[in-house]
Design a protein around this ligand. Structure first.
Ligand SMILES: *Cc1c(COP(=O)(O)O)cnc(C)c1O
Length: 427
């Protein structure tokens, strides 16, 4: 299967006709538990000597089909699905971290991630240092003996910024740490971070993967390439794991160590599991991912180019525009397109932004992105509200910008809607 191309994998990877009925589409296995064949079979499952289903907090056939499909699309060794993108981020960090340990993250992140990393993870005794990832020397200098991971987004939310993944991966390699990349905005169709050196990839499946705003979900994909045993920094994977009767995950499971630890310990004890119904919707969405992303990108380019040339607009930050400082990176790392999310600064500042949002008809005003529908949000008063103005500006969510998530409608209709709303906003 893995030698097939993307459009084939997005339909076939992870799926096979149901062995019981021949059902071609992956059934929704709406079940909590699975009958063991006998006591010996049950014991082998619990010992990870045999792979099988025990209880749906750990694994479920519908959810497993999705995990395998996403792993194939990202070029990973294994994947784990979770209840949300934010759950996926905690699940990615969980096997690596412990009290007193830290991560280094890019300043350019989804607002909710900045809050999760700057505030909430402190309750676990973890901490995060935020660095401008364009300053590779500062990134390297921020790493200390307690650092366990480096975290960034491939295309960042909301600013249309592209991270130089190969350069950041080279720093991670040099300091012997895993690089975790949130690939939500690009989707694996536009960018495959593992090919650029990422160890782990995380996704909010809520966005482009499902593609129609019906599901909250997340995925962690492991490249299977990081040597967890080369240092003593990752004892959960390299040393006997007390939370799983002393199993040495890396020694026993090799490139699947991270994935199995995430299921056997992470999902078992944190319980941030994806439900089979949600996995079904995301499997449906993935079948058309490449088709949707092509349309998203074509529409985003058309709308961004139109806005950039409009006198009512100060600037547009879309890496797909030739004027963008990240355009070269976008063509190198996302050759099929720089995604469909960008920000627009409207002349007239905060007031004009609010009026623009209020006067649009086709664009929906919601805190989501990556929907078939075009969406708009004024980040500074909503998703990035918890941040200081300095953090807002650093995150590309200054008070005078709105964020557009361009859908797959007709681009001329989207432009006409923006045109009339801009007239009302700047009158
Ligand atoms: C939405 C989003 C998240 C969080 O995902 P949820 O599914 O909402 O928990 C994380 N990262 C990025 C880039 C996102 O857009």
């Amino acid at each position: 299967m893995t030698d097939h191309r993307f459009d084939t994998l997005q339909i076939h990877a992870g799926a096979a006709p149901d062995p019981a009925t021949g059902a071609l589409q992956t059934p929704i296995y709406q079940t909590t538990a699975y009958a063991f064949k006998d006591a010996d079979h049950a014991a082998r499952l619990f010992n990870l000597e045999e792979v099988g289903y025990i209880y749906s907090r750990l694994t479920n056939p519908t959810v497993s089909a999705l995990a395998s499909r996403v792993a194939a699309l990202e070029g990973g060794a294994g994947a784990v699905c979770c209840s949300s993108g934010h759950a996926a981020q905690i699940m990615a960090l969980f096997p690596l971290m412990g009290p007193g340990l830290n991560i280094i993250a890019s300043t350019r992140l989804y607002g909710g991630t900045i809050t999760q990393f700057s505030q909430t993870i402190k309750r676990f005794g973890w901490s995060c240092t935020f660095v401008d990832f364009d300053d590779l020397a500062a990134l390297e200098a921020a790493v200390d003996e307690n650092t366990r991971a480096i975290f960034c987004e491939s295309i960042s939310n909301p600013g249309g910024y592209v991270t130089d993944l190969p350069a950041v991966a080279a720093v991670a390699d040099k300091v012997g740490l895993p690089l975790i990349v949130d690939n939500t905005l690009a989707s694996p169709y536009l960018c495959r971070p593992i090919e650029h050196g990422a160890t782990l990839v995380v996704h909010s499946a809520t966005k482009y993967m499902t593609g129609n705003g019906t599901v909250t979900g997340g995925v962690v994909i492991d490249s299977g390439k990081f040597d967890w045993s080369t240092s003593d920094k990752f004892p959960s994977l390299s040393a006997p794991e007390p939370a799983y009767h002393g199993l040495k995950f890396h020694e026993a499971l090799g490139p699947m160590a991270f994935t199995f630890h995430s299921i056997a310990v992470g999902l078992r004890d944190l319980g941030m599991t994806m439900n089979p119904q949600g996995a079904h919707y995301t499997l449906m969405g993935l079948e058309t991912l490449s088709l949707r992303m092509e349309k998203h990108v074509a529409n985003a380019k058309a709308v961004a180019e139109w806005l950039e040339n409009d006198p009512r607009i100060e600037f547009v930050t879309y890496a797909g525009l030739e004027s963008s400082p990240w355009h070269e990176r976008a063509t190198r790392l996302c050759p099929l397109g720089a995604g469909a999310l960008f920000t627009v600064a409207v002349k007239g500042g905060y007031e004009a932004c609010v009026k623009l949002v209020n006067n649009l008809n086709l664009f929906s005003h919601v805190a989501n992105l990556g929907d078939a529908r075009s969406l708009i949000i004024h980040s500074a008063s909503t998703t990035h509200r918890q941040l200081t103005e300095e953090q807002q500006i650093k995150a590309g969510a200054a008070p005078n910008v709105v964020r557009l998530s361009i859908g797959i409608e007709n681009a001329a209709d989207l432009i006409a809607d923006l045109d009339q709303a801009l007239s009302a906003a700047t009158a």
